[in-house]
Ligand binder design. Structure first.
Ligand code: HEC
Length: 137
């Protein structure tokens, strides 16, 4: 935490922009939490470890996963979504972040997400009811 504050205070935007964690914080974390919340009912979007769990199930290869995320964030659609249909039902489709984040920033964010989530030892818990099975394709 202290390290992060020092970073924010002392370092130019250049470095910030190359850091997936900071970019995620700035562009995505208002909706996607990065740790398992104690109260699921306050969420406005699926936590990122659950998202990445599903992304990796569908796109195990990093290049494919990054490509998917970069595209989805700019043009979300039900037919592309890899998360459980119930998630879209509960949270609604993700609003396009086009304009809020550049494709280059998205590549950095997506790569960081792929490398860090789900964290080691993660076991899908079926968040929000019956979400462990079948995607209904
Ligand atoms: C305004 C809130 C909001 C913001 C900001 C947001 N998201 Fe989302 N995101 C959602 C919601 C809601 C869903 C679940 C519905 C869906 O999948 O479309 C979602 C789903 C996703 C998914 C899963 C897509 C799937 O297959 O269903 C990915 C990947 C994702 N977000 C990445 C990101 C990234 C990366 C950022 C930051 C650049 C971001 N989101 C910013 C609300 C948000």
């Amino acid at each position: 935490m202290l390290k992060k504050i020092l970073l924010l205070a002392g370092v130019s935007g250049m470095l910030m922009a190359s850091d997936g964690a900071s970019l995620f914080d700035a562009k995505c974390s208002m909706c996607h939490v990065t740790s398992r919340p104690s109260d699921m009912s306050t969420l406005v979007a699926p936590p990122i470890m659950g998202v990445m769990n599903h992304v990796k199930m569908n796109y195990p290869n990093k290049a494919d996963a990054v490509k998917f995320i970069v595209d989805y964030v700019q043009e979300p659609s039900k037919s592309k979504a890899v998360c459980m249909p119930q998630k879209i039902q509960r949270f609604g489709l993700m609003p396009s972040q086009k304009g809020a984040v550049t494709p280059q920033e998205l590549e950095t964010i997506a790569s960081w997400m792929y490398d860090n989530f789900p964290p080691k030892g993660f076991r899908g818990r079926g968040m929000g009811g019956g979400m462990g099975q079948g995607r209904g394709f």
